[in-house]
Write a protein that binds this ligand. Sequence first.
Ligand code: DON
Length: 567
Amino acid sequence: MSLLNRNPHVLSRFCALLLLGTAALHASAQPVAQATVASAHPAATVAGLETLAGGGNAFDAAVAIASALAVVEPYGSGLGGGGFFLLRQAGPKPTYRFIDARERAPLASSAQMYMRNGKVQPELSLNGPLAAAIPGLPAALAEITSRFGRKPLADNLVPAIRLATDGVSIDRVYIDRAEGRLEAMRKDRETSRVFLQQGNLPEEWDLLRQPDLAKTLERLARYGRSGFYEGETADRLVEGVRAAGGIWSLEDLRSYQVVERQPLRYPLADGRELISAPPPSAGGVALAQSLGMLAQLPWQKAEPTQRVHYVAEVLRRAYHDRSMLGDPDRIANPVQQLLAPDYLKRLAAGIDPNRATPSASLPPKPTWREGDHTTHFVVIDEQGNAVAATLSVNLPFGSAFTPPGTGVVLNDEMDDFAADIEGSNAYGLAGSAANAIASGKRPLSSMSPSFIESPNELAAFGTPGGSRIPSMVLLAMLQYLDGRAVQNWVSAPRYHNQYLPDVLEHEPRTFTDAQKADLTARGYTLKDVGRSYGNQQVLLWNKKNGDVDAASDPRGIGLAAGTTVHY
Ligand code: DON
């Protein structure tokens, strides 16, 4: 057993559970020394390890982790939300798959649905049943298990059902997220009953028991996807939504499908390749564009502030282009054009090595809206099967609306659409026609589960953080490309430029005073966002010696850990 990333205050409670051993394994050509998980919550990491130790592969473990997170982090992701799973199937030539479990707009949705008296009402796409799109996570859990797992769905859901039934201790992150959403949570009687204490914040260490959610999970375990999208759960979801003024129908649930898409693949220097999220995520395109532009620039040799400048400028240009992207089932995404070498060369050539480019001087783009809390995990099994998954209900506790009797708090992913294509969303992201609301459409996302693979290594990345996801993942990738240890990938200080608003955001301790003065002189408007952000989970498999290193962001309460493999 080894603990790859220690989080002292949770370690003692969980280390006993981590003494797991996997069965004797035949050596493969490129053995993984120990199956490993990094997730945002220790109980979810343990759920993954338990599944691996019980004979499950990385795909079974991903289902166990995702469903456990749905119970222990109801503020971050859940059965009422969706997400993206990037899979790597091991083999001499690995196969990559991208499972799009993004929520879909209800069939009765329309571009004008949040307009009242000619004005968009942001409240409506953020809180309450109208904010909720049709969930994708339950379908993904069933699909990933049946297509790629070794175990039945019911086995993979055991840890989640146990956590929902027995309860989990409420931690500081839960309280922090609930505090930020208290007003909205109090407005819905069921959300308040399930997630608050008599309408108030629970205390740290209170036990959160979720018997209704346990029953919903049991129906999923017993009947597979139809145990959620049809029958008792579906009836309760639709009745609850409609009784509170929402527009879901049984047909919305029955017709929901996850979509397998081609992952975005982009060659990097030194035999490496980026494998990341394609649309309806804008994240992979932004990462590929950023890395493609950086390849034209001497970022690696640059002194620290000069490097910040290059990174901020490539991010500005990549986020600028985001407005061309949307649901690939509805619009033609110009991905090839956006990644064309000549185009990226031209963009990189427009970067002044000394001065910030004012965003307003780039050709104008309409602004759009997007979504604030989510989760990410990574897992690799002893054969080299791996998953990077980012899952979300959007804002903490999603729409703060829970259909009675289900235990399922619904997402507010509708806010990731451009409800107002002239406006911006909860993340200040600009709107665009490509991401306008339409019946059955998937909203554009920033979630960016990613791998970088070469003959010698596999690195996996991802984090929550709304519009800041691609910039955080990029910064972690640059740490990796610089040869830094995994702990640095997650702990390095963060900064962010998303084209509009034209500011260089940063965590309180990212820059020294001298760096701030230098950046200001280059034309940046700095904005200390006043707190740390993100919750990145990463791993690195060294294929030459089989070692796996993983790390969980010190900003969160997560845990990275591996099982011992006996050959
Ligand atoms: O899909 C998206 O881009 C957003 N709904 C993700 C939200 C998020 O990461 C919030 N995290 N803090």
